[in-house]
Design a binder for this molecule. Sequence first.
Ligand SMILES: Nc1ncnc2c1ncn2[C@@H]1O[C@H](COP(=O)(O)OP(=O)(O)OP(=O)(O)O)[C@@H](O)[C@H]1O
Length: 303
Amino acid sequence: MTIALSEEPVISLRGMEAANERFRLGPLDCDIPSGMVTVIVGPNGSGKSTLFRTLLGLEPILGGEAELLGERLDAALGDDFKTRIGLLTENPHPYEDGMTAEEKGRFASLWYPGWSWERYRKLLRKFDVDGRMKLSKMSKGMRRKAELSAVLAHDPELLLLDEPSSGLDPFAWKIMLEELRRYMEPGNRTLVVATHITEEVKRLADYILFLYRGKTLGMYEKDRLFDEWRTVIVQGAEASLIARTPGLQGMEEAGSGVYRIEVNEAEAAESWLNGCGFQVLGVQRMELEDILSCLIRKEEQRR
Ligand SMILES: Nc1ncnc2c1ncn2[C@@H]1O[C@H](COP(=O)(O)OP(=O)(O)OP(=O)(O)O)[C@@H](O)[C@H]1O
């Protein structure tokens, strides 16, 4: 099930394709809503970083169309446009190795019209980062915190974060979540995060976009997703009737006459099973990893 957005999307992809010698992304069709947090979830190598790079014009678009902040993405988009977007890449930029966090700030302050020294220094302090230290001399987590501070300090309209918590300790992780909530507070900012951390998805996401082998497996409203996807244990059931359960995503026999089934229409499925006279022994919300596995299995069957 893919959602229909009521508001104007901040990112709109129509059959967008990008590729390099090793990987093909797309064709992708999806709309990312403005003023919301969309989290991109997918296994390693599914194309999350490639998607971010493509949106920033760092990988060429080879087919289809992409619109970002109301502008059609093409080579003609200038630097002014790019200053409206913040991107935290997965790996640090080697050309910044010789800079201190203060120097990085000086560089960013010239580039971004929305730059705030006050915000930057406050964030560095909160994250306990020494602004006078060279980025290359910092620990991985310290450098990540400096980079997060910089990307938040220019208050972009659209913020793209690629695995932002990579290397952060639990205290820094909590601060990051607080700061991302603060960034979203005014209501006119949009956050897109790629992450493997389930807890981050649960705490941050309004929407979840699943990516697999360069293709989207659908975009879902988070609360509805966790409400509707359930594992049901059912006894005294007949396989042929179970196979007709509304929203059935997977089934396996867990014992004689006992089935463990996965559904994405929890209520309808339960009333169907009850209506068939089967005994429902248990119903459990599915974890994100299990939902992703289901979606991947279905995609593999379709291919
Ligand atoms: N099966 C594979 N084995 C090795 N590399 C792969 C495979 N599939 C994809 N890749 C690599 O993944 C790259 C695209 O992945 P990208 O970095 O965009 O994914 P990602 O979803 O961000 O991954 P990760 O979660 O690992 O950061 C391709 O350039 C390709 O080199």
